[in-house]
Design a protein around this ligand. Structure first.
Ligand code: NAP
Ligand code: FER
Length: 336
């Protein structure tokens, strides 16, 4: 029986873009089990943009990770030893035990995962938090109608790639932006986007948006914020819906961004911009998962995962999100 646990802890509060030295790998003993507990070995951990908020001091729905604490995050793993009546060795479980090889848990916040239904990694991606963000964010906040033009930024990422495909299923014209030619080719070639562009190569966003969305934009699914989002405001149609999902362009800003203030366009276009958190739809996740799983089975939704091997690479994989190193969902394989 292994007695050493490897964990990644927060070593320093990042200033601006996080650095590898903001994290540290530590070895600690695996605690023994008491009645009602079980030991899980991590198979995959998820790195997500929201974690940037969790390692800053800023007030949030959750307490920030403290210096020296294990990094938070979604995980899936295998029970290796159990003193809990509901779990036995070999069970696959999903939870939130963070960036560590082993964890002792008591079943709180833990769910079973049926490996006959899908690969276990999907519980952190297409069938997990990012998938539910795409599904409920687009359908409930964006309310796409057949024939609408849907523009999605961050389109080749975990959330964005699914948003575009769901919008296609709903009969929309779909346009996306992403940070490389390879991603653009993937969107139009593999995922059925009607058009896409590399935002890093575009100088005049207004002109580009007019070219790729000549009929204007009815639904904007915003994953990035910043100057591209400012440009979208000038291209929205009457009654447009702006789904404020993420603002990754600003997550490493050391000062809050100021203006441009384009709310004028919301007035003139009688449009709505609405922020949301995926957790507000927690009561409906089963419905979202069932629908996503069905679309995958029917080959109407494709998903991609970028997987790095080794717990020690979790910080690099996380930082890589801000450099666009991932296609689809970024995961870290810790074992198996
Ligand atoms: P992701 O898109 O898989 O990964 C992040 C991507 O952002 C990178 O691959 C990179 O792709 C892009 N990016 C990084 N810096 C950028 C910048 N300055 N400008 C434009 N693009 C940039 O991540 P995800 O998990 O799917 O999350 C996408 C967004 O949704 C994030 O903003 C996240 O915070 C948000 N989100 C919100 C909720 C919610 O409940 N509201 C839930 C989940 C996620 P490029 O190569 O294209 O630059
Ligand atoms: C995200 C960005 C922000 C996200 C959650 C938040 C689950 C919430 C932040 C907060 O409440 O402070 O990508 O994903």
């Amino acid at each position: 029986m292994t007695t050493v646990n490897r964990q990644i802890v927060l070593a320093a509060r990042p200033v601006g873009l996080p650095k590898p030295s903001d994290f540290r790998l530590v070895e600690t003993p695996v605690p023994g089990l008491t009645e009602g507990q079980f030991l899980v070995k991590t198979n995959f951990l998820s790195v997500d943009p929201y974690m940037r908020g969790r390692i800053s001091e800023a007030k949030s729905y959750a307490e920030p990770v403290q210096i020296g604490q294990v990094m938070v995050g979604g995980t899936v793993g295998t029970v290796v030893e159990s003193r809990h009546p509901g779990y036995q060795a070999g069970n696959t479980v999903v939870g939130y035990w963070g960036w560590q090889e082993y964890a002792v848990v008591d079943g709180q916040g833990i769910e079973r995962f049926d490996t006959s239904l899908a690969r276990m990694s999907t519980t952190l991606g297409v069938l997990g938090m990012p998938g539910m963000t795409a599904y409920f964010g687009l359908l409930e906040i964006g309310k796409p109608k057949p024939g609408d033009t849907v523009f999605v930024s961050g389109a080749a990422g975990a959330v964005g790639s699914l948003v575009g495909q769901i919008a296609k299923i709903k009969g929309c014209r779909v346009v996306g932006s992403a940070g490389s030619q390879q991603k653009v080719d993937y969107l139009t070639g593999e995922l059925g986007f009607d058009a896409a562009f590399n935002y890093k190569e575009v100088k005049d966003y207004d002109a580009k948006l007019q070219e790729v969305c000549p009929g204007g934009i009815d639904v904007y699914f915003d994953n990035v914020g910043g100057p591209l989002t400012d440009a979208v405001f000038t291209q929205i149609n009457v009654g447009a819906r702006i789904v404020v999902c993420g603002q990754i362009d600003q997550y490493n800003a050391t000062r809050p961004p100021r203006g441009p203030r384009l709310f004028w366009h919301l007035i003139v276009k009688q449009a709505r911009a609405e922020g949301f958190l995926v957790f507000q739809f927690a009561g409906r996740f089963r419905e979202g998962q069932q629908q996503m799983a069905e679309w995958i089975k029917e080959d109407r939704v494709k998903y991609q995962e970028t997987i790095v091997d080794g717990l020690e690479y979790a910080p690099a994989a996380f930082i890589g999100l801000f450099h666009g190193e991932n296609m689809g969902k970024q995961l870290v394989r810790v074992s198996g």
